[in-house]
Design a protein around this ligand. Structure first.
Ligand code: NDP
Length: 403
């Protein structure tokens, strides 16, 4: 029997939904690169249900308890007095989500003497101190591709929202106004602009494909260059450095994992290299940007807009500078947790657990750390080290919010 501790975000304030606005979600056969969809032996939920919140339990309770395991689900994740920290002590498996990350710092890993497997219900395992996981022989796995397309759709939405000045225009309507000049004094067409991505993996490439339809000039920078065929097909210009791409681009989207190479990549100096009036979209990880440098660049007008859904730590403080800076289009971390994405990552977590308990290999696409080393997708996309430092600040949010 194992103990599985699962940290999920809270239910909606009005309670767990009893009905949904749509009756079904589309059934997808494969991901765009041919990777197969999560394939657990069975699922105990209806795709389209809210699974990522506490009462949704990722649809795992029947399966886990039925096998005799102990399954603890909580949203109380921050600080030494949290349920997570208490339950972690004898947990064999931890499941957490990037949207509401249970930070598995070195200190917490040291307390979790039985911990053998950390699963990310989503993509991006930077909330785990990967170096400490490697040192302790803990396997880290995530559900690669489960929400990559979800995020790419969000990126296109955010680019259009900023460039066309959608959010303030919507607010004029809500306020009862008809202030056309106020709305359009910051509104442009995306057509013809230079748009670039830092990172052209699953999300970055999907964003480029979707943006092609807008007749923009597309750019990218990457550690491993894409094939000439893809470059030609999408009309991509490759840059061997971020700086070279920033000098040209009107819109920049960040799509790399957070790892020691990308932590605070967009600091004051890097943002200064962007064109005046450029837009920056970050749905990758908050810590890739220096929060104060971003806020200053919006205040000074150097950047025309910043949008994204990722912050550090999460949830952010009530007075985080990104809540009040001008011309932003921030949301909470939601792009990868649409109901459609939840069905995929819940099934993927179940597949990983089924493999784990049956002592079968977890597919390498899902592996980040195994046997003391970066492995599978982790070996390709991450670099060794730890990027969780500063996550303890999150406890202060809970206090300030009175939660
Ligand atoms: P992929 O691994 O498919 O793509 C990431 C790409 O970034 C890889 O191609 C990698 O290059 C590249 N890269 C890594 N380091 C650098 C660097 N220093 N400079 C340039 N390129 C670099 O991951 P995904 O596209 O699926 O996801 C990317 C990230 O997006 C995740 O790690 C996660 O942090 C975030 N994410 C956010 C979500 C949300 O809800 N907002 C949901 C899902 C993911 P190479 O292949 O050459 O190593």
């Amino acid at each position: 029997m194992s103990k599985i501790v699962c940290v999920l975000y809270d239910d909606p304030v009005d309670g767990y939904p009893t009905s949904y606005i749509r009756d079904s979600i589309p059934r997808l056969e494969r991901y765009p690169d041919g990777q197969t969809m999560p394939s657990p032996g069975a699922i105990d939920f209806k795709p389209g249900q809210l699974l990522g919140s506490v009462s949704g339990e990722l649809g795992l309770r029947k399966f886990l308890v039925g096998q005799g395991h102990k399954f603890v689900v909580t949203s109380d994740k921050d600080g030494p007095a949290s349920i997570f920290e208490r339950e972690l002590i004898d947990a064999d498996v931890v499941i957490s989500q990037p949207f509401w990350p249970a930070y598995l710092t070195k200190e917490r890993i040291a307390k979790a003497k039985n911990l053998k497997l950390a699963i990310t219900a989503g993509i991006g395992s930077d909330h785990v101190d990967l170096q400490a996981a490697m040192d302790k022989g803990i396997t880290v796995a995530e559900v690669t591709y489960c929400n990559s397309i979800s995020v790419s759709e969000h990126i296109v939405m955010m680019i259009l929202a900023l460039v066309r000045n959608y959010i303030p225009s919507y607010q004029w309507v809500v306020k009862g106004g008809w202030n056309i000049a106020d709305c359009v004094a910051r509104s442009y067409d995306l057509e013809g602009m230079q748009v670039g991505t830092v990172g052209a993996g699953r999300i970055g490439l999907a964003a480029l494909k979707r943006l092609k339809a807008f007749d923009v000039k597309l750019h990218y920078t990457e550690r491993h260059r894409l094939s000439r065929e893809i470059e030609k097909d999408l009309g991509l210009t490759y840059h061997d450095s971020v700086e070279s791409m920033l000098r040209i681009c009107d819109v920049v989207t960040i799509n790399t994992p957070l790892h020691p190479e990308t932590e605070h990549l967009f600091n004051e100096a890097m943002i200064a290299k962007m064109k005046r009036g450029a837009y920056l979209i970050n749905t990758a990880r908050g810590k890739i940007c220096d929060e104060n440098a971003v806020a200053r660049s919006l205040r000074s007008g150097h950047l025309a807009g910043y949008a994204g859904d990722v912050w550090f730590p999460q949830p952010p403080d009530k007075d985080h500078p990104w809540r009040s800076m001008p011309n932003h289009g921030m949301t909470p971390h939601i792009s990868g947790t649409s109901l459609s994405a939840q069905a995929r990552y819940a099934a993927g977590v179940r597949e990983i657990l089924e493999c784990w308990f049956a002592k079968k290999p977890i597919r390498s696409e899902y592996l980040i750390v195994e046997n003391g080393n970066l492995a599978g997708t982790g070996a390709h996309s991450y670099s060794a080290g730890n990027v969780t430092s500063g996550s303890e600040k999150v406890a202060r949010y809970k206090k300030a919010a009175g939660a």
